[in-house]
Ligand binder design. Structure first.
Ligand code: ADP
Ligand code: MG
Length: 574
């Protein structure tokens, strides 16, 4: 079906269509020089359709033709996604750069996956077997994973495997199986398939409540504000507080199979930084490049607004695809504020009635719908997979009372609020232990966690009080509480991201260290004066800090543990 452009403004065009246009369908605006500009129908009004163009609209004119497709904005799914860097429309960025430089030429679309790479296919479905959407037909090795080749996700009903390729090398374009429907219809299956990004991809027996902690190896998260596989969390924080660094730490150390990073940067610099650092990061588990189990979707504000808006959907769709293989996937969106701003721009162009701070009234429902795509599922063959979503929010001035933070807080399961005060004091990660929360159960019993939460808030009160009455005016009991809260903060909540040992603490180690910390916190050291109290807690702090840098269960680790136990037994005496 076709149409004609009747108006162009910004990245929007109004098109008079020659038939029925469907909401969210893809269209191509045909520029007079032959370029075909990808667009999406975002509003239909009678015979008119508003399209947002994922490109510069310069050069488009009233009267130019538009070609509509049956397809919604979709991504290609198949082996070869891992390790790639795409833009929001799944164009492979490094390849594009080779071809056109980093300034993308309008209308240049490249295949997302290599068309001629050969993959060693091993069939797993038998001829004559009955399959449904999402059932595995075979697999190919992709990095450290068995990449399942699955029956198309949009199949309806039961199909018979009419043929399946023998073990051997194939490209994603080859037919690797044929399926026959109950009505006799036959379809060819390739290793690649398409899926519309705005429709959740979930072909499973059932959704599971998230019950398994996602161990990030960041102590303050796992111990105090845990995240679960299949759950959601957000990291709001002012500029420079450490959101991006925290997501990088998580990408590296979280106990998860695959990370999909949606990098939506304010300035090109931020994203370039991610693109530069990521490929150099080493995967602590394999010793190889972290990129082997990472996909990056990347956008800068220089890219057209609609492509920016699409990027988080592209990211989550790729994550859902790997979940269908029974893998645990983490989507990190940095920052969702940029995404929301793209939404605001689009809404403004449509002249919709604005809500708070000119965000569209549907901001909340869009944010909710995005996070709802997280989840743990049980697949039809009993395997389990999960998509966890963590999004940063960068509110102007670090004010959490703004619409994007508020909309996010309503739907996520955990909140890791970064504070300017903590990052200024270089207390990293700068997650505020008094402000943050989690609805999930983590690796420690809630009673233990509660104990330190009380300690931290009492310690904070004493500190506030001390600024008024001074140290002399503070009773020794209160003073000790304050010292113990500081001790816990310094030795446990803070973590040196750049140290190979301290940078990542496995769950077992967190449990042990936490228990020892708790012993110190609960111990009555019989501290009579402030000077000896300070000395004792500094001594404890030195012990635990050194302990954090000692290799898990190594000689040094055991030696320090012995000294810590002696310290506690001797009630702080040396
Ligand atoms: P944001 O994304 O919130 O704007 P970044 O993550 O880019 O902030 O962090 C800004 C700077 O703060 C980093 O370049 C680094 O110098 C410092 N920083 C942030 N987190 C840490 C950390 N965990 N350990 C050490 N330095 C950090
Ligand atoms: Mg950042």
């Amino acid at each position: 079906m076709t149409g004609r452009i009747v108006a162009v403004f910004g990245n929007m065009v109004v098109v008079e269509a020659e038939g029925r246009v469907v909401q969210n369908a893809v269209g191509y605006c045909l520029r007079q020089d032959g370029a075909r500009l990808l667009s999406e129908v975002i509003r239909v009004r009678g015979g008119m359709a508003d399209l947002q163009v994922f490109e510069e609209t310069r050069g488009l004119r009233v009267g130019d033709a538009v070609e509509f497709r049956d397809e919604m904005l979709s991504v290609t799914l198949g082996p070869g996604l891992l390790g790639q860097i795409f833009d929001g429309l799944q164009n492979p960025l490094p390849k594009l750069a080779e071809k056109t430089g980093y300034f993308l030429l309008a209308g240049t679309y490249l295949a997302s996956l290599s068309q001629d790479r050969r993959w060693e296919f091993t069939p797993s479905a038998e001829e004559g077997a009955t399959v449904q959407a999402g059932d595995p037909l075979g697999w190919v090795p992709e990095g450290i994973f068995e990449h399942q080749i699955m029956a198309p996700f949009d199949l309806e009903g039961k199909w018979r495997v009419a043929s399946v390729a023998a073990k051997g090398e194939h490209t994603i374009e080859d037919e690797i199986a044929a399926l026959q429907g109950e009505d006799g219809r036959r379809i060819a299956v390739k290793m690649q398939q398409r899926w519309p990004v705005k429709r959740p991809l979930n072909v499973s027996r059932r959704r599971l409540l998230p019950t398994e902690p996602l161990v990030t190896r960041v102590r303050i998260i796992d111990t105090m504000f845990p995240v679960m596989r299949g759950g959601t969390y957000c990291i709001p924080g002012p500029f420079g507080a450490g959101k991006t660094v925290l997501q990088q730490i998580t990408s590296r150390h979280a106990e998860i199979d695959i990370v999909v990073l949606a990098a939506c940067g304010e300035r090109a610099g931020e994203v370039v930084e991610t693109l530069r650092t990521f490929p150099e990061l080493e995967d602590p588990r394999t010793g190889r490049s972290l990129m082997e189990r990472t996909i990056i979707i990347c956008n800068t504000s220089a890219m057209p607004v609609a492509a920016r808006e699409a990027s988080v959907y592209t990211a989550v769709t790729l994550a859902e695809y790997y979940r269908q293989m029974g893998l645990n996937v983490l989507v990190l969106a940095d920052s969702t504020s940029r995404w929301a701003q793209a939404m605001r721009e689009v809404s403004g162009r449509l002249e919709e009635i604005p809500g708070e701070e000119a965000f569209p009234a549907y901001l909340e429902s869009r944010v909710a719908a995005f996070y709802e795509r997280a989840g743990a599922v049980e697949l039809r063959d009993g395997r389990k997979g999960s998509v966890t979503i963590g999004g940063t929010v960068s509110p102007a001035g670090g004010n959490f009372e703004e619409p994007v933070t508020q909309a996010t807080l309503k739907v996520v399961g955990a909140f890791h609020g970064l504070s300017r005060a903590r990052s200024d004091a270089r207390r990293y990660p700068a997650i505020d232990p008094l402000d943050s929360w989690s609805k999930y159960r983590g690796i420690l019993s809630p009673e233990k966690v509660e104990h330190v939460q009380v300690l931290l808030s009492r310690g904070h009160e004493v500190k506030q009080m001390m600024t008024v009455v001074g140290e002399e005016g503070t009773p020794i009991e209160d003073f000790v509480v304050m010292l113990k809260a500081e001790f816990f903060d310094n030795c446990y909540l803070q973590q040196n991201a750049y140290d190979p040992v301290d940078g990542a603490t496995p769950a077992e180690r967190q449990r042990l260290v936490f228990d020892k910390i708790l012993e110190v916190v609960r111990a009555d050291f019989g501290l009579a004066d402030k000077e000896s109290a300070r000395r004792t807690m500094v001594a404890a702090q030195d012990l635990f800090r050194n302990w954090n840098y000692a290799e898990w269960q190594g000689e040094e680790f055991k030696k320090i543990l012995g000294r810590i136990e002696a310290f506690i037994a001797a009630r702080g005496a040396k």
